[in-house]
Design a protein around this ligand. Structure first.
Ligand code: NAD
Length: 312
């Protein structure tokens, strides 16, 4: 019988589908117990993972029968792709399945940070009427959204920003100048984008080129009062430099969904203590009821097809 290991969370309805004709070992915490994980994959034909299970050389060597890795998400940095290719293991990621959820997070974070009125509830409930001054933040209409990386998610952000009457600019050296996907998006180099954008959103993979792409030098090229949003991968933004820029009031705000160290933990979290105009979320930008269901449906279908040409 075909054996399937599920080492992170998968909805029960999809586990039931997998159980038809397959021996399924499922434990949403299995990725934490490396010894047991390597034992379970030794005779497995397929494994379902999210971003916590490391599919590295040790796992590939242990998994002698493994034919397919179903990645319930899109990031591949926890998977040794070359090692899988050499071992003839197919990797199936959920490309595009949570792009809309991430794009909506970016737009929501942008509106919250540029308007600056959504933190008043506590003060209202305590009986205050915090209406000093005449202006509360900025409109986004007419402002510029700068996208670093213009792949699948960035394009969903671009269309939504356009609907809000923003100008959209992008930096993506790997996308041909003549590629029609640029459409009305202005193609800029990184420095010009940093200087032009009122809101900057990162949508790149993490690699040697993008590590610390937004460091202190890049932050100082951004417009005073600009907003930075990172839903891509931790490590692309220098967190210490960002915290300093926010403390010094050089930036208008920032939203981070991804971090150098995940989970953040007390040490790294201290970097952000008392930092103003900062939204932090625990790598959930892509997780909505709709996207979680779409991801599971896509990957379970693809993996079953890869195993024996069955579709659900
Ligand atoms: N926070 C979340 O919940 C969440 C959910 C989904 C995806 N992500 C992450 O979002 C990021 C984008 O995902 P996607 O699906 O849009 O990926 P994608 O592959 O469709 O797009 C990435 C783009 O980045 C470009 N790029 C690569 N190197 C670059 C560089 N040095 N400078 C500028 N551009 C560069 C590529 O050409 C590509 O167009 C990934 O890192 C992914 O892991 C996060």
């Amino acid at each position: 019988m075909t054996k399937v290991v599920v080492s992170e969370y998968l909805q029960e309805a999809y586990l039931d589908l997998l159980r038809v004709g397959n021996d399924v070992v499922s434990d949403s915490e299995l990725y934490r117990d490396r010894t047991r994980l390597l034992e379970e994959v030794a005779d497995a034909d397929a494994i379902f993972i999210r971003n916590r299970t490391r599919v590295d050389a040790d796992l590939i060597a242990a998994a002698r029968r493994l034919r397919v890795v179903g990645r319930l998400g899109v990031g591949l940095d926890n998977i040794d792709m070359d090692g899988c290719a050499e071992a003839g293991i197919r990797v199936v990621p959920a490309v595009g399945a949570n792009a809309v959820s991430v794009a909506e997070y970016v737009i929501g974070a942008m509106l919250i940070l540029t308007r600056g009125i959504y933190g008043m509830t506590g003060s209202m409930v305590s009986g205050d009427w915090p209406r000093q001054g005449h202006a509360f933040g900025h409109e986004v209409a007419g402002k510029t959204m700068g996208l670093i990386g213009y792949g699948s998610i960035a394009r969903h952000v671009a269309s939504r920003a356009g609907a809000l009457e923003m100008q959209v600019a992008g930096f993506d050296p790997y996308l041909d100048v003549d590629d029609p996907v640029w459409g009305s998006v202005e193609r800029l180099d990184l420095d010009s984008l940093l200087a032009a954008a009122d809101v900057i959103s990162l949508h790149v993979p993490l690699n040697d080129e993008t590590r610390n792409l937004i460091d202190d030098a890049a932050l100082s090229k951004m417009r005073p009062g600009a907003v930075l949003i990172n839903t891509s991968r931790g490590g692309t933004v220098d967190e210490t430099a960002l915290a300093a820029a926010l403390r010094e009031g050089r930036l208008g705000g920032a939203a981070l969904d991804v971090f150098d160290t995940e989970p953040l933990g007390p040490g790294p979290a201290a970097t952000f203590a008392g930092v103003p105009n900062l939204l932090l979320t625990p790598h959930v930008a892509g997780n909505t009821h709709e996207s979680v269901d779409r991801v599971a449906s896509m990957i379970v279908t693809e993996v079953l097809r890869a195993l024996d040409d069955r579709a659900i």
